[in-house]
Design a protein around this ligand. Structure first.
Ligand code: ADP
Ligand code: MG
Length: 391
């Protein structure tokens, strides 16, 4: 970096684009350290907007709003990858320190760019993406190699929690599947024989220091993260080392400042495949809030404020359980009731986090619980017990 900038100290404003639960937990971490927070989000009832000292209700590309934010905040970050790159560029042009930069965020906005990126660095990271083909035109379909089937067709943009994905068993089904997704740009990825899924969480500071958290093992249900457990029960130490080295290499490659999550598949044959990256704190890293010396949102604050990064050491084994809106409904999906918080809160090792969303919906992330334990087994048992009580 050309010029050296001083750290931004408590008392100052930090800005965040997006007021969802990630923005909210960022806000809480920043405020705990004495910072003020400015949230920009179009939703008047965003979970973070109600906590922030300054809430700007506007579209992300609203130039007046961006000017207002840049006037208040020396440093700005984003809670989600789909924020328009032009918003981040505009903030940078207005003099804000933007971390991560738009060039880093845009890789994660588009699966085509993301797969190319992961493939390009395979020689250095030793871990590449699953075999894939890009589908952007009708003519691309005929060129798709047969060994990509069965495959998963994924929209290049705006996919999350398994949305925008269709399994395609053979080439003859591909055209119909692509039409079903609206013929938007897609990648067709070979469906891999997964043993389990993990994610690496790495952070890079303004001073080029890179730290890594212990890798979490993730279980998804219906495409949505269900639990993350650390230490990863099925991961061999050599695999964990390889995964962490790969994630550290990636974050350095793109000169990325901030928190970066990289999702990996561990295959039945022991091979490791890189799936996708998230340029922000990640759901699978929520365990760090209670189980590590420094939580991922505090690291986001530190990286934005150009402070030295915090220690990532794991203090206790942990299993994180996501709380979806489904818990508010009975089996007939008719009545809506509060989950049994009294039962959850009676567990001394269970740390409840709710995101302040008033409107529970099926599949909506409402909160999470970090279940700690003296041993890995104890953490998993505590998590299972809490899950049973919630029904
Ligand atoms: P999202 O952006 O919705 O998280 P992902 O690409 O991570 O999309 O896919 C969601 C889930 O689908 C993964 O966590 C994994 O369980 C499964 N999946 C995705 N791609 C593959 C693949 N190539 N082979 C096997 N399973 C996959
Ligand atoms: Mg994913």
């Amino acid at each position: 970096m050309a010029e050296h900038l001083e750290p931004i100290l408590p008392g100052s404003y930090l800005g965040i684009l997006g007021g969802g639960q990630l923005g909210r937990m960022f806000t809480q971490a920043a405020q705990a350290m004495g910072y003020k927070v400015c949230v920009l989000d179009p939703d008047p009832d965003s979970p973070a907007g109600s906590l922030a000292e300054k809430f700007i209700k506007a579209d992300y590309t609203d130039s007046v709003a961006l000017k207002q934010m840049a006037a208040l905040c020396q440093s700005v970050s984003t809670e989600f990858e789909n924020v328009p790159a032009q918003a981040l560029d505009a903030l940078e042009a207005l003099g804000a320190f933007v971390a991560p930069r738009s060039s880093c965020v845009s890789i994660a906005q588009n699966r085509v760019a993301e797969k190319k990126f992961l493939a390009a660095w395979k020689a250095e990271t030793n871990i590449g993406p699953a075999p894939y083909a890009v589908i952007e035109h009708d003519a691309d379909i005929a060129h798709v190699p047969n060994d990509l089937f069965p495959g998963i067709l994924k929209t290049a943009r705006m996919g999350y929690d398994g949305k925008g994905q269709i399994t395609v068993y053979e080439l003859t089904e591909l055209a119909a599947a692509w039409a079903e997704l609206g013929k938007v740009p897609c990648v067709l990825e070979k469906r891999m024989d997964l043993d389990f899924e993990v994610s690496a969480l790495v952070v890079r500071g303004y001073d080029d220091a890179v730290v890594a958290y212990p890798v979490s093992q993730n279980i998804h249900r219906d495409g949505i993260l269900h639990t993350s457990t650390v230490p990863a029960p099925s991961l061999k130490p050599a695999q964990e080392k390889k995964i962490i080295e790969a994630a550290k290499a990636l974050i350095r490659k793109i000169d990325y400042v901030g928190v970066l999550c990289v999702e990996f598949f561990v295959l039945k044959n022991g091979d490791i495949v890189a799936n996708e990256i998230a340029p922000r704190p990640h759901n699978s890293g929520h365990y760090t809030m209670d189980a590590c010396v420094t939580g991922q949102f505090e690291q986001q604050v530190r990286s934005m404020a150009r402070l030295p990064l915090g220690d990532t050491r794991l203090l206790a084994p942990v299993s994180m359980l996501n709380l979806l809106g489904d818990l508010w409904f009975d089996d007939n999906l008719s009545t809506s009731q509060e989950p049994a918080w009294n039962q959850v809160l009676s567990h001394p090792d269970a740390k409840l986090h709710l995101y302040g969303k008033s409107d529970p919906r099926i599949g909506r992330k409402m909160g999470h619980i970090n279940c700690l334990g003296e041993s890995l087994n104890q953490a998993r048992q505590n998590c299972a017990a809490v899950a049973v009580e919630l029904g």
